[in-house]
Structures are given as structure tokens and as C-alpha cells.
Design a protein around this ligand. Structure first.
Ligand SMILES: NC(=O)c1ccc[n+]([C@@H]2O[C@H](COP(=O)([O-])OP(=O)(O)OC[C@H]3O[C@@H](n4cnc5c(N)ncnc54)[C@H](O)[C@@H]3O)[C@@H](O)[C@H]2O)c1
Length: 399
């Protein structure tokens, strides 16, 4: 296939000193995450608001270069969103110094090879998780980037959810006393694809294509646990392919080879025990698609994507277990809503803004490829645990 490139002319004069325009290669922008979260809700939102203003008054603006395999799809996206630049030639994009950042939203399987090339080209890296399909590969990428001296960022979007930001504030304020345990419920029903189209891509259900809910969700659970409660020391996980018969995007039957549910127990540094159920085969009976219930000596909280409710110890009821008597106490009523005192940006956009500021101001960025490798490590350990039917320890990773 011949490669297609449409590039705006290089600017004739240098940009004014107070404006710093950053060219971003956006690879995989036709996909679910690439299009909706990274292009539309993050980079175009930043572009359309006129950039990000730094403390010294500098305006950081963004210029996307769309990269993908279908010139026709890219042309449509570019026209729809008033974007000048798109190409099917990744190598040429990487060789062009006008594009400083390489951002990757490809299917997981295609990621490591693209990141390797981008690091070799000296680009700053921003990528979806998981960063690779194996711990060795994820660590190798982190090492290559460190050796090349390129800054890296890995999506940690769940930390930016309003509910989790409220939870962070509760933790920081000392509300919980000593935190004892965390119970997470994530999931919803994904249709099989026969009598209703599935709402997730079919590769998610094929292990050979990088699918499976453990590879998808454990990297998230790793950074959520690590940043809120303590690093993960051990994992016990039970994976299940509950529904093996599924139908793909073309309506064709396939057999799922990757788990659609995982039931995990995580021991954290500091002694907190976390249990998280992840499932695409569960019908929702909660307020939100993900919820974390945190119990501490002084109080408890239940947080979701947006909401958070608390119950301090001073307002804790004293139930007495008696299965012979119907319990008429309204337990829901004992919880108090945490108000939304802040304006929360879309989480992907907030992280993009922080990454761009860190890049321009050359300040350390903690959610890097090594943090990403720890997420891959937890997924690999979860799969190993399920295969071997035992608890697996996670050694500290370093490069
Ligand atoms: N942060 C999150 O909450 C979150 C949620 C879902 C998915 N993800 C991650 O985002 C990534 C993309 O997932 P998605 O759901 O958007 O998938 P998707 O299938 O919708 O999109 C994948 C993109 O990769 C491209 N692609 C597919 N095969 C390719 C190949 N062989 N070579 C080059 N390009 C290829 C497709 O054209 C498409 O642009 C995955 O790594 C996934 O784990 C993250």
C-alpha cells in the first residue's frame, strides 16, 4: 500500500517566544481510546481552548499529526476536526523533528515495536497502558527510554476520576484513621455479539491478540493501589472465561481465549488488603461501573467514578446479627455524600496537561514507563497466579 502524507508547511519564522507549540504524533487515533479520549477530549480540547498557560505566562499549544493505516479514515478525521496533518508513514513522522512527542493508542500487541522506534528516534513518549505484553519487554522499553534520555508518560487516567480524587482527599485528610481494606467492583455486561452487537472490540477476548480483562484492568489497579494505598506486594487471582462463544465485528462466531472476569486479592505495602473483582460478565447493581469500598478504623467510604459517600465511626450503626428477624434499618441512609467542591477536567485531558507542562518545564514525571512496567508486572503475576493456583509475589522492579 502506498503511503499517504498531508503535512502543513513548516512555519517560515520561529514562533513568538511566549508561545511553545508542541507537535504530537498521534498513532492509533481511529481507535476507541485514541479518538474519543486522547484526540477529541484531550488534545483537541486543549487546542480549542488556546493551549495551556504556564506560571511564567508561556502558552503551550498543541499540533496533532494523525497516524494510522487507513488514509481514508485519517482524511475523514482530519477534515471533521480541522486538523492539517495526517500520514500513514510512521517512519517519516518519527524522522521529522517538528513532531516532538510520540503518543501511542494502538492495540496492545502493536505497541512495543512502535515505542521502540519512537524512542530510537529520540521522541518524548506518551502511551496508553499496558506498555507491553511482557514484563521483560516493558522493562526493556523503560530502560531504552532512560538510556536515550527521553521523557515518558503512561496513562494513569483512573487516578484523575472525580471519585478517586475525592478519595485521595479523604485519605490525605486522615479521615480513615488506619486503612484496613479496599473492595473494588468493576464491570458491566458486554454483549456476546450475536443478538446485540458487543460494545467492546473482539480482540479483547483473544489472548493471542493481547486481550483479557487482567491485561486490560490490572495495570489500572496497580497504579490506583500504589498511589492511594501502597504498592502491591502479592496477588492471588482467579481468571475465568465465563462466556466462550462470542461474535465479532463482522457478526462471525469466535471462541474466546482470554478471560472475561478476574477475581483478585492484593496484599499491599503497609498492610492494607485489597480485593478487586473485574468482570465483563456482570450485571450492574451499584451506583457506578466501578466502585471502591474503603474501610478504616475511623471511617469508611464508597467511591465511584464521580461520587463519594462516607460514614465516620461516630455515625456507624450497631447491627446485631439475627437472621430470624427482618432487619428494617436503612443502611444506605447512614452514608453522607461528599460534595463536589472542585471542577474536574476529563481525566485523560488533565493528565495530558500535566504531562505537557512537565515536558516543557523539564520537571520530573512519575507516571513513566517504569510505572507502566509495574502495571504490566501485576497483570503478568495475576495471570501466573490464576494458572498456578497460588499467591504470587511481586519483586521491586528497577532498570
Ligand atoms: N486507559 C483506559 O481506560 C483504556 C481503556 C480501554 C483500552 N485502553 C488501551 O488502549 C489501547 C487501544 O484500545 P482500544 O479499545 O482503543 O482499541 P481499538 O481496537 O478501538 O483501537 C486500536 C487502534 O489500533 C490500530 N491497530 C490495530 N491493529 C494494529 C496493528 N497491527 N498495527 C497498527 N495499528 C493497529 C487500530 O487501527 C486502532 O486505531 C489498548 O492498549 C488498550 O489496552 C485503555
Amino acid at each position: 500500500m502506498s503511503e499517504t502524507t498531508t503535512l502543513s508547511p513548516a512555519p517560515e519564522t520561529a514562533t513568538a517566544p511566549q508561545v511553545r507549540e508542541i507537535g504530537i504524533i498521534m498513532n492509533g487515533v481511529s481507535g476507541r481510546m485514541g479518538y474519543r479520549q486522547h484526540l477529541v477530549r484531550s488534545i483537541l480540547a486543549i487546542r480549542d481552548q488556546g493551549g495551556i498557560e504556564l506560571a511564567d505566562g508561556t502558552k503551550v499549544t498543541v499540533k496533532p499529526l494523525l497516524v494510522g493505516r487507513s488514509a481514508a479514515k485519517l482524511a475523514d478525521l482530519a477534515a471533521k476536526h480541522d486538523i492539517e496533518d495526517y500520514t500513514t508513514d510512521l517512519d517519516a513522522a518519527l524522522a521529522d523533528p517538528r513532531w516532538e512527542i510520540y503518543a501511542d493508542f494502538l492495540v496492545t500487541k502493536a505497541r512495543a515495536s512502535a515505542l521502540r522506534k519512537a524512542i530510537a528516534a529520540g521522541k518524548t513518549i506518551y502511551t496508553e497502558k499496558p506498555t507491553a505484553e511482557s514484563v521483560d519487554e516493558a522493562l526493556e522499553l523503560a530502560k531504552l527510554a532512560a538510556e536515550a534520555g527521553v521523557k515518558t508518560g503512561v496513562v494513569h487516567d483512573k487516578l484523575y476520576l472525580p471519585g478517586l480524587q475525592k478519595l485521595k482527599r479523604l485519605i490525605d485528610s486522615g479521615f480513615f484513621g488506619r486503612i484496613l481494606s479496599v473492595r473494588g467492583e468493576f464491570g458491566y455486561w458486554v454483549f456476546e455479539g450475536d443478538w446485540q452487537p458487543a460494545q467492546r472490540p473482539s480482540w479483547n477476548y483473544r489472548a493471542e491478540d493481547g486481550g483479557g480483562i487482567i491485561v486490560d484492568m490490572f495495570p489500572h489497579w496497580n497504579y490506583v493501589l500504589e498511589n492511594l494505598f501502597g504498592g502491591v506486594k502479592t496477588v492471588y487471582a482467579q481468571a475465568a472465561v465465563h462466556i466462550a462463544d462470542r461474535w465479532d465485528e463482522k457478526g462471525e462466531h469466535y471462541t474466546a481465549t482470554a478471560e472475561d472476569a478476574a477475581y483478585g486479592v492484593f496484599e499491599l505495602e503497609g498492610g492494607v488488603v485489597a480485593q478487586i473483582n473485574s468482570s465483563w460478565t456482570v450485571r450492574v447493581n451499584r451506583d457506578e461501573l466501578v466502585e471502591f469500598h474503603v474501610d478504616g478504623t475511623h471511617g469508611s467510604a464508597v467511591v465511584g467514578l464521580f461520587g463519594a459517600k462516607i460514614q465516620p465511626r461516630n455515625a456507624t450503626p450497631k447491627p446485631v446479627w439475627n437472621p430470624d428477624l427482618e432487619d428494617t434499618h436503612d443502611y444506605d441512609a447512614d452514608w453522607q455524600n461528599v460534595p463536589t467542591n472542585d471542577v474536574f477536567l476529563n481525566g485523560f485531558r488533565q493528565q495530558w496537561e500535566e504531562f505537557l507542562v512537565s515536558y516543557v518545564t523539564e520537571t520530573p514525571y512519575e507516571f513513566d514507563l517504569l510505572a507502566g512496567a509495574r502495571g504490566v508486572q501485576l497483570a503478568a503475576a495475576g495471570l501466573q497466579s490464576s494458572r498456578e493456583g497460588r499467591k504470587v509475589e511481586l519483586p521491586a522492579l528497577d532498570i
